[in-house]
Design a protein around this ligand. Structure first.
Ligand code: HEC
Length: 260
């Protein structure tokens, strides 16, 4: 009886381990890069804040974020805040608003630029990193650029100067499907393979990747500012538990030593 339930437990455990890998297998060959951002890297977050203000804040707001909170969390002094980050505000307690109004965004881009306060929760950091690196030259689009991850995106490629321009290369893959009579058939579809450079940017590709990683790090941070603190606290909690375990272990030994 005991053996069976143990066996069940073990198989349940194996199943728990297997579920995430099965989900991954289903996601298969889909194109997605890894952001590899690190919320404990304060310097990266500081750079990310600066890039964000320079490259994104003209169109996007982050209206749940106060400059003063960013300053406190990322160890940026009030002077630096005012001089380097606050182009759209005059007091540190103000929230991060866009310079452009929603009406202008609609008129110029045909779509409002969404607020980015919580974007790292609706789109995860890997998605954001991939999206920002996937703009390409497309003269059929009103602003001359398109995006592999979000086809028909109304956002222009804000990085064209530092990244340069790129064009996507596709390859053919065979996929199985069924025709209208339910028969199994093979079809050839085009799948994105990689980007080829059209014009060089002012940054080396590796340097450009770091800029994007810093911006994504900043977006991840503003999505959940307490996460930075929570991660640091987690280490202390684990240390505390380890010490507590040590005490409990020796206490148990002490109590039972006369019994054995
Ligand atoms: C010139 C204006 C402009 C600038 C500058 C700009 N964006 Fe956008 N962005 C837009 C518009 C317009 C959309 C809406 C796109 C759509 O839905 O097709 C958008 C959409 C987005 C999305 C949402 C995609 C989605 O559907 O979830 C993200 C994320 C984003 N921008 C991030 C950024 C970041 C990060 C920067 C700075 C590096 C930036 N944007 C700079 C105009 C801009």
């Amino acid at each position: 009886m005991l053996k069976i339930s143990k066996l069940r437990l073990i198989s349940l455990f194996c199943l728990m381990l297997a579920v995430p890998s099965m989900a991954f297998a289903a996601g298969g060959s889909a194109y997605m890069l890894k952001a590899k951002n690190d919320l404990n890297n304060t310097e990266s977050l500081q750079r990310g804040a600066k890039y964000y203000v320079n490259y994104c804040a003209s169109c996007h707001s982050a209206k749940y974020v106060r400059y003063s909170r960013v300053g406190a969390d990322l160890e940026i002094s009030d002077d630096e805040l005012v001089n380097n980050l606050m182009f759209n505000a005059s007091k540190p307690f103000e929230t991060m608003q866009a310079s452009m109004s929603t009406d202008d965004a609609l008129r110029w881009f045909g779509a409002p630029a969404p607020d980015l306060s919580l974007i790292s929760r609706s789109r995860n950091p890997d998605w954001l990193y991939t999206y920002l690196k996937s703009f390409y030259k497309d003269s059929s689009r009103p602003l001359g650029s398109n995006n592999i991850l979000l086809p028909g995106a109304s956002m222009p490629n804000v990085f064209w100067e530092i990244q340069g321009e790129q064009t996507p290369i596709f390859h053919n893959v065979e996929v199985s499907g069924t025709d209208e009579n339910g028969n199994e058939i093979m079809r050839t579809v085009e799948e994105f393979s990689h980007f080829a450079t059209v014009t060089e940017g002012s940054l080396e590709p590796k340097e450009f990747d770091l800029v994007v990683r810093d911006i994504v790090n900043f977006l991840d941070y503003i999505g959940e500012p307490v996460k930075v603190k929570r991660k640091k606290m987690g280490v202390w909690v684990i240390l505390y538990l380890l010490i507590l375990f040590g005490f409990a272990y020796f206490l148990k030994k002490e109590i039972w030593k006369d019994v054995h």
